[in-house]
Design a protein around this ligand. Structure first.
Ligand SMILES: [Zn+2]
Ligand SMILES: [Zn+2]
Length: 373
């Protein structure tokens, strides 16, 4: 069972570097596997080396003090090296690490904890729904997304008091935020680690605390960020963003469109054509997601046939390019009440000329071949 590094070296939490070094030398001599005949000498020796490696380095020691033994070890396992990353910590207050993880370890998480100094855990992932029109799916969009988050207290600039001198390490836990309690049980002595009652786990003691944040340095407030939504997103797409130091899942909702129906990156729309246009063919204007375009209706088109307009669909979220647009033709049957007398005469002539009946069986052949859809 790994012990607190101070315990391992047998020094107090306020020991100076000289004392730590001396304690290490002594322990190392005593526990060196070649010199000691204790069963656990090798293990203890490694423990002491590890303890000195951390406490003998001011930067690492500071991180260790702030995080506590267990969390420091977990962080180290995940690749945290305070010697290397220490410089980056200063940037945290500015808000926002570049997204993503370094070596499978989320730096934002770690430094978020560092800043809380071992106190409150951060809330879970927040979810926000963003509604987009199909036009915005085509062009991409930006949205101001607002969540409730911890922000630096505006009254004290995040210090928690008038001056930084008023903020010191909690004497109850020496800044660790945690205290160990030894308890005797029938099975021996056990140690439990709990949040320090004197500082509520913050590790800080604040003289004359700021009244607005009660010394915490943080207040809950709305945090906003403009989020870029890439073109081509689908209904239900979830985008991750970091807003005010917290992870936010942005769920995309795409509104129905009055003209277009969407199928992945393809768009479909209906286009009525007149009976003569269907018979003789025509060049017609159709709406597209980025303006109007011409499409050629071939002579002899039937109602329900679809014309493909390549590359006139939506951008593909992955892989680039655009989908296609499909124009579903609807041959409009004229309303007899709205026919001019000229049109009525022409249609009558058409009927009398033989157009009254669909006599050839070609239609049924084509139906069977599935030409109509
Ligand atoms: Zn404390
Ligand atoms: Zn304040």
């Amino acid at each position: 069972m790994a012990r607190d590094y101070y315990d391992a070296l047998g020094v107090s939490r306020d020991a100076g570097q000289e004392e730590i070094k001396e304690a290490y030398r002594e322990k190392a001599r005593e526990l060196h596997p070649d010199a000691s005949d204790r069963d656990d000498a090798e293990e203890r020796f490694k423990e002491v080396q590890k303890a000195y490696d951390v406490l003998g380095d001011e930067e690492k020691r500071e991180a260790y003090d702030q995080m506590g033994h267990q969390r420091f070890q977990e962080a180290e396992k995940q690749g945290f090296d305070p010697g290397e990353q220490g410089g980056a910590a200063g940037g945290v207050g500015g808000g926002g690490f570049p997204g993503g993880a370094a070596g499978g370890f989320d730096l934002g998480d770690l430094f978020g904890d560092l800043f809380d100094m071992g106190g409150r855990g951060r809330g879970g992932t927040q979810r926000k729904r963003v509604s987009l029109s199909l036009e915005e799916v085509y062009s991409g969009a930006t949205r101001e997304v607002t969540v409730e988050g911890d922000v630096d207290c505006p009254d004290c600039d995040g210090v928690g008091a008038d001056s930084r001198d008023d903020v010191t390490r909690c004497p109850g836990c020496d800044g660790a935020g945690q205290v160990r309690q030894r308890q005797r049980t029938p099975f021996g002595e056990t140690t439990t680690v709990t949040a320090c009652p004197r500082c509520d786990g913050t590790g800080r003691r604040v003289e004359d605390p700021c009244s607005r944040c009660r010394g915490e340095g943080k207040v809950t407030d709305s945090v906003s960020r403009r989020v870029e939504i890439p073109a081509g997103v689908e209904d239900g797409t979830a985008l991750q963003a970091e807003i005010g130091g917290q992870e936010v899942l942005i769920e995309i909702q795409v509104e129905d469109h009055e003209v277009f129906e969407r199928d992945d990156s393809d768009l479909h729309l209906r286009r009525p054509v007149t009976f003569p246009q269907a018979v003789f063919g025509d060049n017609v204007r159709v709406q597209t997601i980025d303006g109007e375009a011409d499409v050629e209706v071939p002579a002899g088109s039937q109602s329900g046939e679809k014309l493909r307009m390549r590359g006139k669909g939506l951008p593909r979220l992955r892989g680039g390019g655009r989908g296609d647009q499909y124009v579903h033709l609807q041959v409009a049957v004229p309303d007899p009440d709205n026919l001019s007398s000229e049109e009525r005469e022409a249609l009558k002539e058409f009927a009398e000329a033989g157009g009254r009946e669909i006599e050839d069986d070609g239609l049924f052949d084509r139906l069977k071949r599935g030409v109509f859809n």
